[in-house]
Design a protein around this ligand. Sequence first.
Ligand code: PLP
Length: 373
Amino acid sequence: MKNKFNKSNQSSNPNLRIPGPVPIPEEILEIVGGQMINHRGPKYAKMLDRMTENLKSVFFTKNDAYFITASGTGAMESAIANTIEKNDNVLSIIIGVFGDRFAEIAESYGANVTRLEFDLGTAADLEKVKSSIKSIKNLRAVIFTHNESSTGVTNKLKDICEIIHNESDALILVDAVSSAGGIPIYVDKWGIDVVATASQKSWAAPPGISMLTVSKKAWKRSKKISTPKYYFDFQQYEDYLQMGQPPFTPALSVMYALDFSLKKIISEGMDEVFKRHSDIADYTRKKTIEFKLEILPNLDVASNTVTAIKLPENIDGVKFLSEVKNKFNVILGGGQKTLTGKIFRIGHMGWVDKKNIYEALNASNEIIKKMSL
Ligand SMILES: Cc1ncc(COP(=O)(O)O)c(C=O)c1O
């Protein structure tokens, strides 16, 4: 009965190409349907231990790692709540909607945020990052998005970290929501203090679990500050981890899926995982160009998990998205904020094959042609 439902459901499923939540493979969907267990029992403890170790391996780190039942924004807020105090000087590097969100979170905690903004579709300029860092006294933290899903741009994470280390003693807090598990992040080698990500992206699990790594330096800071927090307090997650438990009832079904995904990613090997994402991204970019569509960013900073494509000026972006859905059963990501109606986005993170991408691009091309008549 269950299989029958799954199959008929699958055949009518649209080609979901938004940059997360991503479609989930059938075998993971079945795992999500697993029976509940006692989250304070031995089975959960074993799973949590395994997942924590696997998460550390994905990030090439010996830092602590935690799972928090929340969306990616929850992980970003945790990063701030545990390391930033009112009036702390924070540099926020912004290349799109999610960088802006990170700045807003820091501001809502009373930080004194300097916003270093770049044109949409570009990555952070390293010289400007360097001079901004130099110009801020007592810089407490630099916060930024690794992979800006709203513009399809990947910041040069390694280079930015290197500059921060050379020029300051600031903490490095990274929103890796749409990059982790798809694009390389070497937490220890690059000296990243907090990395935040979420289950619905390259991990191919449902939304609901966020993940973080926390360095010793971030811990030291968190012990010094008195920023009010409760649910997002790292100390709670650490204390309970020692007992093999979560502090609060976790999204168990998502944890099951994530456990499976993490095991799969580890057994595939991180280099292979990164190659899988860069191959499908190359294919997406190549086909986009073949269809004579224009990619928003320069290719040297174009993301390996999401491609942002310009819509011709005469096209009504809202109508375009609904036509692609209605005529081809493909769901694309639209532009956000000031890019609304100007671009569309194709997600290619997680388990995606060329057929899905071709179908999405072909559908986009056909509708653009029709609407241009
Ligand atoms: C780069 C980036 N940061 C943060 C978020 C926010 O994550 P969530 O919607 O899970 O809170 C997203 C979601 O798309 C994202 O792509």
